[in-house]
Structures are given as C-alpha cells and as structure tokens.
Design a protein around this ligand. Structure first.
Ligand code: FMN
Length: 193
C-alpha cells in the first residue's frame, strides 16, 4: 500500500511561534503513522500582499506557484492557525488567497484545495486556544475554496505553557485530541492516494 503524503505548516513565522510548534508536533506524530510527512514554514514562501493590479501585470508570485505545486503533491494538509482578532493571520489569508489564484496547464480553478483533505489546529495563550481562528479558516477553505475540511480539530489553550521541552503537549486530553485529528487525517488522505 502506498503511503499518503501529508504537509504541515503554520500561519505564523514568528520566532518561537506556538503554531509552528504545533505544526512540528503534528509532523512528528504523522511520521509515526506511516505517512510521508513534509513540514514547511511560510518564511520560505514570502509573498507580497495580494493586489489585483500586481496579478494583472505579472501573475501570481513565484512562491505562490511553488507552494501550490507543493500542496498539489499532497493527499492531506495540516494547518496550525494562530488567532488574530478572532480570525486568521494576514500571513495565512494572503498565502491562501495567492495560492487560490494559481492555475496551471488548463487545470480547473482552486486545484490546490481539491482532491485532498485538510485538518486544522490552533494554539493560543488564551483560554479558547485560537478556536475562533479555526472557524474563520474553515470558512475560507470550505466556502471560499471548496476544500474538504475534517470536522475534527484541535485547539491548544494557554499555549505558552502548553508544550514540554521535547515539543509534546503537556495536557494529555489535548494531546489525545491532536492524535485523533491526525489519525482521521491519515485515514481520509488514504482515499486520495
Ligand atoms: C493583532 C493580534 C491580534 C490577536 N488577537 C487574538 C485573539 O483574538 N485571540 C487570541 O487567542 N489571541 C490573539 N492574539 C494573540 C496571538 O494568539 C499570539 O500572538 C500568538 O502567539 C500568535 O501565534 P504564534 O505564537 O503562532 O505566532 C493576537 C495577536 C495579535 C498580534
């Protein structure tokens, strides 16, 4: 049986980002599940803020094309999404927007979001654990981009103390929720292999 390929990344490039930690933990756990796992950082895919004039002049930036190709090689994607003012970060939204504009070789629109499955997580130092950003991200991915997004999700509360020195989650219940989300992600991703 071929192994599903799953990508993990965070919607933050901040040094010490809680969500980068969550994406790294997800990648580590996925690697234990017979999955070909890739962990990336959006710091390696910088893009200008979306501007229709820029797009009309020169098309989507090279990094949007690269990231779109990276995503289309995957059967599943895990996104760790920080919460800014009850929504997603501008970094994540801008990245998803540019990727949604990439269309190569006559393929149908939104190719990066189709034929694969997405799972969501968030980490915040607040008591909701970035839960509201997941609702906003779900709207963007499902309604905006037509993606299949798993109903299961994980929110890491009080994230400043949420991770141990090995990068694991201190709270056993949250750790189990993450494992449940990732298990479902692998199971769903297998259908696209
Ligand atoms: C502009 C701004 C708005 C924020 N709004 C929220 C919020 O609505 N809810 C929340 O839990 N945290 C909020 N935060 C705190 C972030 O969750 C915190 O900065 C977190 O560390 C960001 O994720 P990261 O660690 O992955 O970079 C906000 C931070 C910024 C800079």
């Amino acid at each position: 049986m071929r192994h599903p390929r799953i990508l993990a990344f965070a919607g933050s490039i901040r040094t010490g980002s809680f969500n980068a930690r969550l994406a790294a933990l997800a990648a580590k756990e996925l690697a234990l599940l017979d999955v070909e796992t890739t962990l990336i950082s959006l710091v390696d895919y910088p893009m200008p803020i979306y501007d229709g004039d820029l797009e009309a002049k020169s098309g989507p930036p090279e990094n949007a094309v690269m990231l779109k190709r990276m995503i289309t090689r995957q059967h599943g994607v895990f996104i760790a999404s920080p919460e800014y003012n009850a929504s997603v970060t501008p970094l994540l939204k801008n990245t998803l927007d540019w990727v949604s504009r990439v269309r190569e070789n006559g393929e149908p629109p939104l190719a990066a979001y189709k034929n694969r499955v997405f799972a969501l997580g968030a980490a915040s130092n607040g008591s909701l654990g970035g839960y509201r950003s997941l609702m906003a991200l779900r709207q963007v991915l499902e309604l905006g981009c037509g993606a299949l997004v798993l109903p299961e999700q994980v929110a890491v509360r009080e994230a400043a103390n949420g991770f141990d020195d090995a990068g694991g989650l201190r709270d056993e219940r949250t750790a189990n929720t993450l494992r449940g989300v990732l298990g479902r992600l692998v199971e769903a991703a297998r259908q696209f292999v």
